[in-house]
Design a binder for this molecule. Structure first.
Ligand code: ADP
Ligand code: MG
Length: 292
């Protein structure tokens, strides 16, 4: 399913003295199969935009199509849409509530797949729990509150992917995790991507995360998309991004320092590629004088 937003505009508490314009004409297309990043500073409209994608926020202005679903159409089947577009909120572990991990993960299925038989449901729950890297036998009867922070987040993700959504959206999925937790979480998302969920959309303000993981990304500013493209193109606009008050990957900062010293480096801004390109340059310049 492809996501196509045109002129998407949204105001919170419209017609009240507290009206606040959050989206101001978002034009954005996300193709099926992408691992898409949404970046931008706090208040730029990222969360408001992604909550439109499964109609948690109802479309009021502009157009939005997700696959065959036209969200401007009042007759759109929103329940079915929500089973196909999974949404993992920021700090999803705060939404765990059931007595056991198994019941928590099963909750989404009961809502969306009413026709499923009990055995099918149990099998789907087990598969989702195992897919997020948790030991089913050990965690199924535990209270979600007995799990570690990273495990809780995995359990919360299992509760969303259990319906096998075609599109999985995650708002700041790695926020608050330590570096190892972040790395493992991104590995988990890549393992889901392509098979379990065709398309992944992450909101992030970690530019290194975007450079390392995304096929393309869009920069939000003041409720609009101001730049988009593959990280390899996007982060060439280092100075522009910095002037928008945004960060850039550490590789882009290093590339800028090199540029100021007259060295132009063609890199896709992943650490691996950056190191290779620097090494190649260093060798070409006769950097390796001897084997020591
Ligand atoms: P981001 O996720 O990029 O930080 P948001 O989409 O949360 O941005 O917010 C965009 C704008 O909408 C901000 O100005 C924010 O204050 C406002 N906003 C967000 N949620 C609400 C809400 N529930 N009620 C009123 N204003 C809101
Ligand atoms: Mg947000």
């Amino acid at each position: 399913m492809r996501i196509v937003a045109k002129g998407l505009t949204y105001t919170y508490s419209a017609k009240s003295p507290f009206a606040s314009r959050a989206l101001n004409g978002v034009d954005l297309t996300v193709e099926e199969g992408e691992f898409f990043g949404i970046i931008g500073h706090t208040g730029s409209g990222k969360s408001t935009f992604v909550q439109h994608l499964n109609a948690l926020i109802r479309l009021t202005d502009g157009s939005l199509k997700v696959g065959e679903y036209d969200l401007a159409d009042k007759k759109c089947n929103f329940v079915e849409l929500r089973s196909k577009v999974g949404m993992v909120f920021q700090y999803p572990e705060y939404q765990l509530f059931a007595e056991t991990v198994e019941k928590d993960v099963a909750f989404g299925l009961k809502n969306f797949r009413k026709e499923m038989k009990q055995e099918e449901r149990d099998a789907a729950v087990k598969e989702a729990i195992e897919t997020v890297g948790l030991d089913y036998a050990r965690v199924k009867d535990k209270s979600p509150f007995e799990l570690s922070g990273g495990q809780k987040r995995r359990a919360a993700i299992a509760g969303v992917i259990v319906t096998k959504p075609e599109i999985l959206i995650l708002d700041e999925p790695a926020a608050g995790l330590d570096p190892l937790g972040k790395k493992e979480l991104m590995e988990l998302l890549h393992s889901i991507h392509g098979g379990w969920c065709k398309t992944i959309v992450i909101v992030s303000h970690d530019m290194d995360e975007i450079a390392e993981n995304c096929t393309r990304a869009a920069v939000f500013s003041e409720g609009k998309v101001v730049m988009e493209g593959p990280p390899a193109q996007l982060f060439r606009h280092t100075e522009e991004l910095l002037s928008l008050g945004l960060d850039v990957p550490v590789t882009a900062k290093c590339a800028l320092l090199l540029k100021e010293r007259g060295i132009e480096l063609e890199t896709d801004f992943t650490c691996d590629d950056f190191a290779h390109k620097v090494l190649a340059l260093w060798k070409a310049e006769g950097g390796i004088q001897n084997d020591q």
